[in-house]
Design a protein around this ligand. Structure first.
Ligand SMILES: [Zn+2]
Length: 601
């Protein structure tokens, strides 16, 4: 008891708590750093670097707790909240084999539905275990005998705390060698850094949205045969071309669309970004992979043009409506607001959260809405946005007898084999395939131009060259910063997250017009060319016989001859990111066991 009491003094208790937080929240990232560092600089340098990192992180926790000790309620709350929250990134990093930057960007920029979809029994058990450690330490602090308060003692403590706080950046600056390894690689720094970064971005985007340019302004015209036309975008989510049999996958994942005559499947199509909130604005505006971060939120989308042409515009989605707080999704939400008719799968009620990935998020629920729209309006422009193949891959709405690949993972990823996870992923592709076919069937007898494409691809236990390696070493899900993504393009890495399925279809009535037919034939002739999201905006205007100021026919798939490939632009010397970013990506052949995109941190 005496020892316990003595250990409950502020210094030992803060030390124990800091060590606990360090172990639970940063060990995974320190380990990852060590692996990368060892590859780059050798064993001794790696040991030194990781030791310096550990010291800096440990000191940060210690200083925070030591200052909070002054107000015991704050100290105890910090312990409990810290132990609940801080270990979560490490949990996701171990589960998905992704790094801290992606997790933090995901946390701050994602939407609540996406975040809630990751909550399961295994996560809750982990949180409960960690919180109980925090509670034990908080209770332990009551053993401390009350100290007499003296202003001198407090001054001494304040001095000690400030000295320690200063020691962190100084110590770190003295030991660190590479600017691409900033302290935001670790918690608790990452939390502060990304919170600040997100808030600053949000302010910047607010200014952009207010001064947005309306690209539908100026002369607009549409050929007479298409004044009554239905344009449909089936917008997928995290579906990778690598898992489409139409694109060469050995499994039959396209049993429905493969049978559709006249369907044009692009076998070499590439995404503008590998995060939903960046890809959607990029593909629906005239922004390109090269300039989309610059144009983000500065211009209206293709919806504004169709709307001004008198089309009834709809955004029908089983995803969330992205209306919450400081989120990167603001840009995507701004675009949905250009549509007159909006329907979302999830709007924030508790009852709906429970239904996530259940019946309400089945894209087939959008079909009656589509039917109503095209029955009541002669000219329509509709985006059908689904949950597609977003992780987790289990879908209650896919009937057991429709899950073609078995056994399929229906539990948290770490409780399934990588092969079961692949099966579950492939089942979502078959389901999407069936959905595309149903939309085409619903639109067959109308004057229709339809495109299906995914916002980006997905890693399903792949190395950075897109080869399945299972666990450990394989990456799950998707995402990287725009800068990092341009490096991936330039170096040809993570193809599975960039290579997307894209299919075009035009109804017999649309093709009965010779001008439409000629343009669509030119599009079909490019089905094996290298194309990308950059082409969608211009093709959807040009192929429908629309003239607009914003249209660049050079990028239209319906033009004569080839379209310029987006990676050629990215590879231009002045377009490639800084040397440090390229270096951080590592040499293309270097293996990276257990670490997803080491340069991304
Ligand atoms: Zn996405």
């Amino acid at each position: 008891m005496k020892v316990l009491r003595r250990l409950a003094a502020p210094m030992p208790l803060c030390l124990i708590a800091s060590a606990g937080l360090l172990a639970l929240s940063d060990l995974s990232f320190l380990k990852a750093s060590f692996v990368v560092e060892r590859q780059n600089a050798g064993l001794a340098a790696a040991c030194l670097a990781v030791l310096a990192d550990m010291l800096a992180v440990g000191l940060a926790y210690f200083v925070l707790l030591r200052i909070a000790w002054r107000w015991r309620w704050l100290f105890r709350s910090l312990l409990i909240i810290g132990f609940a929250i801080m270990p979560l990134p490490a949990y996701f990093a171990d589960l998905f084999h992704i790094d801290l930057q992606l997790i933090m960007v995901g946390f701050f920029q994602s939407n609540p539905a996406e975040e809630l979809s990751f909550i399961d029994a295994s996560l809750l058990a982990r949180v409960a275990g960690n919180v109980s450690a925090g509670v034990v330490l908080a209770v332990w602090s009551f053993l401390q005998a009350p100290e007499p308060r003296s202003p001198n003692r407090w001054r001494k403590r304040a001095w000690l705390a400030s000295a320690l706080a200063l020691a962190i950046p100084i110590g770190y600056a003295a030991t660190t060698r590479d600017p691409s390894r900033p302290l935001r690689t670790y918690l608790p720094f990452a939390l502060g850094y990304y919170a600040w970064d997100t808030a600053a971005q949000s302010v910047e985007f607010g200014v952009r949205f207010r001064n947005k340019r309306d690209i539908s302004a100026g002369p607009l015209a549409i050929e007479p045969q298409n004044r009554e036309l239905h344009v449909v975008i089936v917008l997928g989510e995290a579906e990778r071309a690598q898992s489409f049999s139409l694109d060469g996958y050995h499994r039959n994942t396209n049993p429905y669309t493969a049978k559709i005559p006249g369907l044009v499947n692009f076998t070499d199509a590439w995404a503008c970004a590998n995060l939903t909130y960046l890809a959607i604005p990029c593909l629906l505006t005239r922004a390109t992979a090269e300039n989309h971060t610059e144009l983000y939120g500065r211009e209206t989308s293709i919806i504004s043009i169709y709307r001004r042409l008198g089309f009834f515009t709809s955004w029908l989605s089983t995803q969330a409506d992205w209306r919450f707080g400081i989120r990167g999704y603001q840009g995507a939400r701004e675009i949905t607001r250009e549509a007159e008719n909006r329907r979302f799968g999830w709007s924030g009620t508790t009852e709906e959260v429970g239904a996530l990935m259940n019946a309400k998020t089945d894209p087939n629920v959008l079909l009656p809405s589509l039917d109503k729209v095209v029955r009541t309006h002669a000219a329509t422009f509709t985006v059908l946005h689904s949950w597609g193949s977003h992780a987790p891959y289990h879908r209650d709405y896919i009937q057991p007898d429709q899950r073609a690949f078995q056994p399929a993972c229906d539990r948290p990823f770490d409780q399934c084999t990588p092969e079961e996870v692949v099966n579950a992923y492939d089942n979502t592709i078959v389901h999407t395939d069936q959905f595309i076919a149903r939309v085409i069937e619903a639109m067959r007898d109308r004057n229709t131009l339809l495109v299906y494409l995914s916002d980006h691809g997905e890693s399903v236990y792949d190395d950075e060259h897109g080869h399945f390696v299972g666990r450990p070493g394989g990456t799950l899900t998707h995402g990287s910063s725009p800068e990092r993504y341009r490096v991936l393009i330039a170096q040809g890495l993570r193809p599975e997250q960039r290579w997307i399925p894209m299919m075009w279809w035009a109804s017999p009535r649309f093709l009965s017009d010779p001008r439409n037919a000629a343009r669509f034939a030119r599009l079909a002739a490019k089905q094996h060319d290298k194309v990308s999201h950059d082409n969608l905006f211009h093709s959807l205007l040009d192929c429908a016989g629309i003239s607009a100021v914003a249209l660049d026919r050079d990028l239209s798939l319906c033009r004569e001859g080839q379209v310029p490939a987006y990676d050629d632009f990215i590879r231009r010397p002045n377009a490639v990111p800084s040397d440090a970013a390229v270096r951080a990506a590592g040499s293309p052949g270097a293996p990276s066991p257990g670490v997803a995109d080491p340069g991304l941190r």
